[in-house]
Design a protein around this ligand. Structure first.
Ligand SMILES: Cc1ncc(COP(=O)(O)O)c(C=O)c1O
Length: 390
């Protein structure tokens, strides 16, 4: 039995089958490429689930991790650390200026749980309003905030006090967001929901409403953050009419694959949080913090934000030639290519031709979440392989 066949059989036998896997045994990664144990090479337009923002094994990140691993892998928040201090300072320095403090945790769902908890602490209220089609994670409070497909059902019993509004519909929000609501939380671009974005004035109207009614505005930027839209964050960007929320949550690309999550918070929120209100053993650990600093530096040093904007424009131009493409949704490298028909055939064809893309809850939408270093040459390879007319 060759090595790949054996790995598939062993994993199927010993790992709980909670994901529908692609027929790929990943062994090594470099930039936009994923190499299998059979020596095959895949173009990764899915970025390992939006995680490989700097690409696979970016040398700057790898060096930082090697160095940190030899020095100190972990110590908790009970001590200070140069590595943590640098990461926190760097992250806050690229954030919109009103977000002045970082809380570190380990994943996207944990960042969202903590964001909601902070909102409840800051307001003394309990309810959380989120949107149809949003995804916020799989732990109790986050899954209860996820009005998408079967998630709330599999998360039962749900945490009480979660309200659902239609994404993009400010009247629906106004009708629900009374003075019992602690926070409005949204994915500013709904990724899993089919890469759906609202009009800029919707984000502005949310900000105004939150200010008027004393509600905390939370952007779940687990996917849109850390450069994916061609800006560091959706918060403060033109696409969102410059709106800055009170809390931004991050994970995925923040550590280039080392698990790390974060909440960036304003002074109005942080002033309500005291010692021992929030915590997690691994949050702010040295290896993760070294990954955060190196990730942000790599994006900056390599000019990846400009790259995302340029290559996005090129992809959009190339897709205009394709009759079967009805629309291209999203921003930067969080893109949803909508087809006239089901996108599954294109997704399958691309895997056969060694290109990894993603699907979404909208069967007509193919999702791209590539590393931020993807180039025009890779786009050409994608358009050719997709054989849209085939
Ligand atoms: C927008 C969004 N929020 C939260 C999460 C949950 O993140 P994690 O899987 O790290 O808990 C995800 C994961 O896909 C996500 O896409």
């Amino acid at each position: 039995m060759n090595q790949s066949v054996s790995s598939v059989a062993t994993e199927d036998r010993f790992q709980l089958a909670t994901y529908k896997k692609m027929p790929i045994v990943a062994e090594r990664g470099e930039s936009v490429w994923l190499y299998t144990s059979d020596g095959e090479k895949y173009l990764d337009l899915y970025g390992g689930h939006a995680v490989a923002g700097t690409g696979h094994c970016h040398p700057h990140v790898v060096n930082a991790l090697r160095e940190q691993a030899g020095q100190l892998i972990f110590y908790s928040n009970l001590v200070y650390s140069n590595t943590r201090a640098r990461a926190a300072e760097k992250l806050v320095s690229i954030a919109p200026s009103s977000l002045t403090k970082a809380f570190f945790c380990n994943s996207g769902t944990e960042a969202n749980e903590n964001a909601m908890r902070m909102a409840r602490m800051a307001t003394g209220r309990e309810k959380i309003l989120t949107f149809s089609g949003g995804f916020h994670g799989r732990t109790a409070d986050s899954i209860s905030a996820t009005f998408l497909g079967k998630y709330r059902d599999i998360g039962k019993p749900n945490v009480p006090g979660h309200l659902e509004a239609e994404f993009g519909n400010i009247d629906a929000v106004q009708a629900l967001a009374d003075d019992t609501v602690a926070a409005i939380m949204l994915e500013p671009i709904q990724s899993m929901g089919g890469v759906r974005m609202a009009q800029p004035d919707f984000y502005r109207a949310l900000r105004t409403l939150c200010d008027e009614r004393g509600i905390v505005l939370i952007y779940d930027e687990v996917q849109t953050g850390v450069g994916r839209t061609g800006e560091w964050f959706f918060a403060g960007s033109e696409a969102g009419d410059g709106v800055v929320p009170d809390v931004v949550t991050l994970a995925k690309a923040l550590g280039s694959g080392v698990p790390v999550g974060a909440c960036l918070v304003s002074e109005a929120i942080s002033s309500h949080i005291k010692e021992n209100d929030l915590g997690t053993t691994f949050g702010g650990g040295m290896l993760a913090m070294a990954a955060v600093t190196a990730t942000l530096e790599a994006i900056e040093n390599d000019g990846m934000l400009e790259n995302v904007r340029r290559v996005e424009a090129y992809l959009r131009r190339r897709l205009r030639e394709v009759r079967q493409v009805v629309a291209v949704h999203g921003r930067g490298f969080l893109l949803g290519i909508e087809f006239e028909d089901n996108a599954a055939a294109v997704h399958k064809r691309l895997i056969e031709r060694k290109i990894i893309t993603g699907t979404s809850s909208n069967p007509k939408v193919l999702r791209l979440l590539p590393p931020l270093c993807l180039t025009e040459e890779h786009i050409d390879a994608f358009v050719l392989a997709a054989d849209f007319h085939g």
